[in-house]
Design a protein around this ligand. Structure first.
Ligand SMILES: Nc1ncnc2c1ncn2[C@@H]1O[C@H](COP(=O)(O)OP(=O)(O)OP(=O)(O)O)[C@@H](O)[C@H]1O
Ligand SMILES: [Mg+2]
Length: 416
């Protein structure tokens, strides 16, 4: 049963298309995070759900009721705004009880519910204070209590943790999620922090330029990105472009653009010598070996360009050739103490760890002519979504996104 459903919803402000043809559905009790860069339409989408902005096109449903014409206070939706906007001249209790007064709830019932909400966010005994007498995290909790006190069907949280320091933010992530589970409220949580989105959610929706590019579980989003944008935005982008040069059993042999090196990836229908491919691999799957040492039979090799100490791990950037490099994340202490800039290393990646991206390689023309990419050549997605999961209809529904594993690179012109 859906608690929230958007059906082809769009909103333009003058020339700006803030939200474009978004369809999605959230099951009762689920936690959805909306993730995307600044200005991609996250707040506008929430405001349409809450009723502060009317969609230009499309329909908004809350618990099977079409609510396009229903004003905010009749929507049964609790919202925490991006700047959490407490009333400075009202006490904590008055702030929390505000929505109950508006809903004409009797005073004794109001007091009981305010007390209950404050206890849920661990602020019992703070009822008489004013917002200025609270820390940022405490104000955040008051805003949360104010949203849940009306017992909404749907809770909308717009970057509620954005202004908190890292430690407090992590604690609040756990608290918000626990509270959401305890109350079983269907929740939509906006963030531009990918780790936050991946760690907290049942579902993640990635937005870009007003569109919902992919909706899926955190693992689907991370391991099976539907578009180049999602692959680049979520996690470290580790993208290689290349050309199929041979087929071997279940695998295709791919020459990496800008190098003379070959790698093996799982074969796909349509693979034939000359077919261009874009592949992605997450940094944690990129293993490095000491070049020239015993057992040095890694299929790829390169030179360490950069290494960064991250505490629990080390991040290496390894150049394989002109315009082709990979980031490798290694747990610290493995790989015999690590590598330094300039070290020659072997690179090993299991074929099943590669993931193919939809669309043509970013710099295919350049690669074919031996020209280094300047990074300015738009990838296929800039020309419009490609492949089933990137299409207007396909990228937005939960059901559709589950099929996103089956992306086939679009085969364009015959290679030169
Ligand atoms: N009331 C408005 N009038 C005109 N333009 C608007 C209005 N509200 C939003 N926009 C524009 O719509 C686009 C989407 O804005 P929105 O606030 O939804 O982005 P966002 O994803 O929430 O960004 P952020 O992460 O910075 O909060 C932006 O280009 C913004 O400038
Ligand atoms: Mg916003």
């Amino acid at each position: 049963m859906y608690d929230v459903r958007l059906d082809g919803v769009s909103k333009a402000f003058g020339e700006v298309e803030a939200v474009r043809n978004v369809s999605l559905a959230v099951d009762a009790g689920n936690f959805l995070s909306l993730l995307g860069p600044s200005g991609c339409g996250k707040t506008t989408l929430l405001r349409m759900l809450a009723g502060f902005v009317r969609p230009g096109r499309g329909e908004v449903y809350i618990r099977n009721q079409m609510v396009n014409d229903v004003p905010p206070f009749r929507r049964n939706v609790g919202m925490v705004f991006q700047n959490y906007a407490l009333f400075p001249h009202l006490t904590v209790a008055e702030n929390v009880g505000y929505g109950l007064v508006a809903r004409k709830i009797s005073r004794p019932e109001r007091e009981r519910r305010v007390e209950e909400a404050l206890s849920l966010v661990h602020l019992t005994n703070f009822d008489g204070r004013y917002p200025r007498q609270l820390s940022g995290g405490q104000q955040q909790r008051v805003a949360l209590a104010r949203a849940i006190v009306i017992r909404p069907a749907v809770l909308l949280l717009d970057e509620p943790l954005g202004s908190l320091d890292r430690k407090l933010r992590e604690r609040m992530q756990v608290e918000v999620r626990q509270l959401q589970r305890t109350l079983g409220i269907t929740t939509i949580f906006v963030t531009h922090d990918q780790e936050e989105a991946l760690s907290m959610s049942d579902l993640v929706g990635v937005m870009n330029g007003g569109r919902l590019e992919q909706l899926g579980t955190p693992a689907e989003i991370y391991e099976r990105p539907a578009t180049t944008f999602v692959a680049d935005f979520v996690g470290t982008s580790n993208r290689l472009d290349g050309t199929v040069v041979g087929l071997d059993g279940e695998e295709s042999l791919v020459q990496v653009a800008g190098t003379r090196q070959h790698l093996r990836i799982p074969q796909r229908t349509g693979d034939a010598p000359g077919v261009p491919v874009s592949i992605m691999v997450r940094p944690e799957y990129v293993e490095l070996t000491a070049r020239g040492g015993p057992g040095d039979d890694a299929p790829l090799f390169g030179e360490v360009r950069f290494s960064a100490y991250l505490g629990a791990s080390v991040r290496y950037e390894v150049e394989l050739g002109e315009g082709a490099s990979l980031v490798s994340l290694r747990p610290r202490g493995i790989d015999g103490g690590g590598y330094a800039r300039g070290d020659r290393v072997g690179v090993r990646i299991a074929p099943e760890c590669f993931y193919r991206l939809a669309g043509e390689p970013r710099n295919r023309a350049g690669a074919a002519a031996g020209v280094e990419s300047d990074g300015a050549i738009p990838d296929s997605f800039a020309n419009g979504p490609v492949g089933e999961a990137g299409s207007d209809e396909g990228g937005s529904g939960v059901g559709e996104s589950r099929r996103s594993g089956g992306l086939v690179p679009r085969i364009g012109d015959e290679p030169a």
